[in-house]
Design a binder for this molecule. Structure first.
Ligand SMILES: Nc1ncnc2c1ncn2[C@@H]1O[C@H](COP(=O)(O)OP(=O)(O)O)[C@@H](O)[C@H]1O
Ligand SMILES: [Mg+2]
Length: 137
């Protein structure tokens, strides 16, 4: 049986900007299975960073749930979220303020992915590659 690695269920996230509310994610659901490589693609402002911040427990959704490795992470305390990030989450940032080594490794690893992202969608899409074991079969 396939095991779910990341399950995002009906997630909504809004930000407050002055008097206005910005809906970054509205009722987003998807699942990534164990061993899958998933690419999240979409135009600027479509909510990719917001979604990754939620999956990494750096922020909380307004509604919905996120389950990683069988555990619900949306209700974690600050210290439990820090432990989760330390043990379960790997982040390679594109931000140039990080060390030159980190920046270089981002570009090296992301270039093949970027060449695949030619679609124009209004909300982030999740592209899937077969798990390594399936690709070899
Ligand atoms: N901290 C924030 N405060 C207010 N609005 C935000 C904030 N972060 C993101 N947004 C808004 O949420 C939407 C999604 O942004 P983001 O997740 O950064 O998209 P992407 O990473 O796909 O470019 C955009 O409209 C953006 O302006
Ligand atoms: Mg972004």
């Amino acid at each position: 049986m396939k095991n779910s690695s990341v399950a995002v269920r009906s997630v909504t996230k809004t930000y407050r900007r002055g008097q206005r509310r910005v809906t970054a994610l509205l009722n987003v659901s998807f699942e990534v299975w164990q061993g899958e490589l998933a690419l999240l693609v979409g135009p600027s402002g479509s909510g990719k960073t917001t979604l990754l911040n939620l999956i990494a427990a750096l922020d909380r959704p307004d509604r919905g749930e996120i389950i990683v490795g069988g555990s619900e992470i949306t209700g974690l305390s600050r210290s439990a979220a820090a432990l989760y990030r330390n043990e379960r989450v790997g982040f390679i940032s594109q931000s140039p303020e990080l060390s030159p080594t980190t920046r270089r490794s981002f570009w090296l690893t992301s270039r093949p992915a970027i060449s695949m992202t030619t679609t124009r969608a209004r909300s982030p899409s999740c592209y899937r590659a077969p798990a390594a074991s399936e690709a070899r079969a």
